[in-house]
Design a protein around this ligand. Structure first.
Ligand code: ADP
Ligand code: MG
Length: 318
């Protein structure tokens, strides 16, 4: 490497003394201040591989944004407040233009969420980005997948299907241009951190939608040992899907991944409080169904007629 490992770390990743952590980059370990005695640490890791989760010629700022965004989304889904992250990075060579762009995207979203880079590892290899995030949450307020109860309302934030539309267009050989709204949803997902924090003590179970509504709802149902009824006509389908053939529209909205919206359950008595949160955050929250005793997912139309659940969430090993 023309630029040595330590110069690379110093130039791109070490931004001076830690602000929040007791000790950041530069020692054998970072030292994180314990959260308030009433909080526990929420930890999550996500890995992005060139050629699989992004392409080598993707805008590096987009790659930097997305690498942290998907991790922050996991904290959001837990109701945790982001505090710090580590970055394990492999790159085939020191490409300063790529590193500069990557850091610009990475630190912009990190700073917006008050999440500090406190350490990592840097090595030569096929481009791989592995981020571990740390956040704080009072243990009783964490939004766990196993907490849904029969008669809970089922809610989803934002709109669904736009990111999947951008993936679909890519697969058809007609990639959307970088400024296209569907492409923006795929490239620049906005982790719903403020929503997750607002849902503490109001929601019961939550998950972020990385693999599609049906697949991710399935995780809540399995963990909570319950079933669900979903009203397709209440699902907030993104307007970019308007005009598509209905089977494709339904597949993208229900089984397409990468939206990073939050799916959550809450007791019906919290309806007006949850609607108020949506208003305050300027983020639509749609009530799409309910949790029922038993198992399995039943999808129906506006008049209650059953619709086939033929779509599956995305599974890397399927
Ligand atoms: P060690 O050999 O003790 O694992 P390293 O030589 O790998 O330490 O790293 C030196 C310091 O730089 C450590 O504090 C480590 O956390 C930090 N670091 C290494 N790579 C990165 C990176 N990509 N981003 C942030 N910090 C990094
Ligand atoms: Mg190391």
């Amino acid at each position: 490497m023309p630029l040595g490992e330590f110069e690379l770390i110093a130039r791109y990743f070490d931004r001076g003394p830690a602000r929040e952590a007791i000790l950041g980059i530069g020692d054998d370990c970072a030292l994180l201040a314990p959260p308030s005695p009433h909080c526990v640490t929420a930890v999550s890791t996500d890995m992005l591989l060139a050629g699989r989760h992004f392409l080598a010629d993707d805008d590096p700022a987009t790659v930097g944004h997305k690498a942290l965004a998907v991790n922050l989304s996991d904290l959001a889904a837990m109701g945790a407040r982001p505090s710090a992250f580590t970055l394990a990075l492999a790159v085939p060579q020191v490409d300063e233009a790529w590193l500069g762009g990557f850091c610009a995207g990475l630190f912009a979203i990190a700073d917006r969420h008050g999440c500090e880079l406190v350490g990592g590892d840097t090595t030569r290899g096929p481009t791989t980005i592995c981020i571990t995030v740390f956040g704080d949450v009072p243990p009783g307020a964490a939004l766990r997948r196993d907490a849904a109860q029969p008669d809970d309302d089922l809610w989803v934030s934002g709109t669904l299907g736009a990111a999947a539309l951008a993936v679909h267009a890519l697969g058809e050989g007609r990639p959307r241009s970088p400024g296209d709204p569907a492409r923006m949803r795929l490239d620049r997902p906005e982790p719903r951190v403020a929503l997750g924090l607002s849902l503490r003590h109001l929601a019961r179970a939550a998950i972020d939608l990385s693999d599609g509504l049906i697949g991710d709802l399935g995780h809540i149902l399995d963990r909570s040992r319950v079933g669900a009824e979903v009203d397709w006509s209440a699902v907030p389908v993104d307007p970019s899907l308007d005009g598509l053939p209905e089977p494709l529209r339904r597949r993208l909205a229900l089984a397409g991944g990468d939206d990073y919206e939050l799916l959550f359950t809450a007791a019906p008595e919290n309806r007006s409080a949850i609607e108020a949160i949506g208003g305050r955050l300027g983020l639509p929250l749609a009530r799409i169904g309910r949790i029922v005793a038993g198992e399995g997912l039943r999808l129906h139309d506006a008049r209650g007629r059953p619709l086939a659940v033929d779509a599956h969430g995305f599974d890397h090993f399927a």
